[in-house]
Write a protein that binds this ligand. Sequence first.
Ligand SMILES: Cc1cc2nc3c(=O)[nH]c(=O)nc-3n(C[C@H](O)[C@H](O)[C@H](O)COP(=O)(O)OP(=O)(O)OC[C@H]3O[C@@H](n4cnc5c(N)ncnc54)[C@H](O)[C@@H]3O)c2cc1C
Length: 437
Amino acid sequence: MSEETFDVIIVGAGVLGVATAYYMQKNNPNKKILLLERNLAAGQANTAMSAAAVRNMFASSTNQVLTDTSIKYFEHVQNELGHELLFEKTGYLWLLSKSQFEHESVQVWMQRMEKSGISYKVYNKEELKEMIPSLDVDFHDDEEAALMNLNEISYGLFGKDCGVLDPTRLVEYYFDAFKVISHVKPKFGCNVEKLLLEADPKLDLPNEPYVWQKKHITGVITNKGTFRAGTVVLATGAWANELLDPLGIDSKTKAKKRQMFVIHGEDNPKLIEFLNTKGFNEMGCIPFTILPSAGVYFRPQLQEKGFWIGCGDKIGRKYEYIQTDETMIPESSYYENSMYPVLSKYVSAFEGARPVNSWAGGYCYSPDSIPFVYEESGVIVVNGASGSGIMKADALGRIADALYRREKEAELFGGKKVSTTMLSIKDRDVEIESVVI
Ligand SMILES: Cc1cc2nc3c(=O)[nH]c(=O)nc-3n(C[C@H](O)[C@H](O)[C@H](O)COP(=O)(O)OP(=O)(O)OC[C@H]3O[C@@H](n4cnc5c(N)ncnc54)[C@H](O)[C@@H]3O)c2cc1C
């Protein structure tokens, strides 16, 4: 088996891996950077499973800056660099009950957005009802709705700068840009089995490193041979624990299954009319919308004349330590029994709507729902995106690169600077995120 040496090895070619690869190569043009991925192409794991919705409407200023600058970069890529990402500013619409809206967390969320210059608008019940006739805002005498604990809708919190894009095209953009400037052909079908931890300097003693020796990660052992590098970047998302645990490095992340169900509206005039709800955006479509109960949300899918339906269920859905294959199997009964009843109660146009397709993947959660970027013993870890890694990818790629270059600050798109250690474990300097879908 081969043994080759590089300056950097990046493990994982999801959106975070390819964005990191691109910025590292761009800013370190002479370095030999190897991108490794166990799948046969980039962006096939959780990146491809995502709803690929992007929002700057977060409560923490940390997530606000990561997403706002990334979204502006995506716009720049599409509008100025001419790479079609199918980025459409559909907007995000949070539907909220009176008590949800008045809750301190929502008030703080709005205050923080105002402070950061994140644009949003509040709609009241009457305005919502007029704009979206098939939306049920009150369930006065509806026993079923009461049994299902469905909140009435009193407000809509709308962010016009949010939207949806095609994650495959975003991955392609970074990956192609990386390939053009890279000196090393990326390796696919290459599974990293183990990180190599070695003594520095090596004394060639049996079973070193000993506790008294300096040690760091010097490479990876894969099914295609051993590869060495000064720095290994782990962008393995919901599988990070698999490689870090054996070395005693606690990634502090865990995975949770998330599913998407596709509804087509072609043969359903009511659904098409609902899809084509006017007044919110230039496309004349219903925004990405989060219902006020049970975590159910839907994403307009204009190309498919339909919707992707998801649910950010919390209690009752188990955490997994490492994402398993079982995670990748969608549960049709979950749509039928959990999501559909909620969806069709709020929006009558969904009555009778059955999925034509579905898939599942995993979120990689951090404890505060803010991503991690940190260096530990020769490995840079980029993960913990907590269900919003597409929308933060550009900022995280830039921060990982700045960390590699030992810069104190990373410059994000538009010139904003952030500390390279703010997303670390040891010197973490973030606000806890409360708006997680
Ligand atoms: C249903 C669903 C909906 C979502 N909706 C959104 C959304 O609307 N907006 C948003 O921003 N985010 C969303 N997300 C989250 C988003 O998909 C993730 O945050 C993002 O894809 C994380 O990127 P990543 O590169 O870390 O992960 P991944 O895309 O999973 O990439 C990790 C890569 O590492 C590889 N890998 C792992 N271990 C090894 C190994 N040992 N050797 C070699 N390769 C390895 C994997 O094969 C994989 O390709 C959603 C996720 C799901 C599941």
